[in-house]
Design a protein around this ligand. Sequence first.
Ligand SMILES: O=C(O)COP(=O)(O)O
Ligand SMILES: [Mg+2]
Length: 236
Amino acid sequence: MFNVALQSPRQPFQAAIVDLDGTMVDTLGDFSAALNLMLQDLSLPPVAASKVETMVGKGSEHLIRAVLHHVQAIAPQRQAPAGSESLYDAAWASYQRHYLAINGQFSSVYPGVTEGLEALQARGWRLACLTNKPSDFARPLLAAKGLAGYFSQVFGGDAFERKKPDPLPLLKTCAALGVAPPQTLMVGDSANDAQAARAAGCPVVLVTYGYNHGEPVRGVDADAYLDSLAMLADLP
Ligand SMILES: O=C(O)COP(=O)(O)O
Ligand SMILES: [Mg+2]
């Protein structure tokens, strides 16, 4: 199940960086509810959850722009002020308000997450959560789902100058954990996480149940694919 990089790492792992949306928590319900309330505020038609799933993972700014682009393409007759920044600004303010009010209500922790985190903690690894979700959304969600206590660090998409797939957030998180990238395992659900990890020099495992921009996750270069985070207990 684990390739050679994980079977016999040159130095033992000391830490893990864990992604949030699509890896620990199934947040598609929250995203869809907040986006559809936002679209209602803007008198634009709703977006299907199956479409939202392909747009999640690159942060809220990207998500809002992608959704506005999508609904304006399917309903051009209901176009709000064309592609303007004022539409985006109104959308962002509405989305932020709705998401904060909804945060966690329509989302659930995936099976095996707690077991996996417990197993890593029992090995004495330091754990950080690194998400492209804004920090103000991520922290209350982790707390509401009983996951906050596992992490010494939580960094959102606004914590650093650039987001995943840029390696910068991983390098900064490794520095905050005080562990070098080769001894830090990235655990994610998408090409974003894997590309950032490869560029940062962190080994990477991907879960098979998350959001990978609508593409099969096994097509992404990674060191292992896990059907459940509970499988982390089987790491050599
Ligand atoms: O908000 C998002 O785009 C999702 O972020 P994550 O998969 O990095 O947790
Ligand atoms: Mg993710």
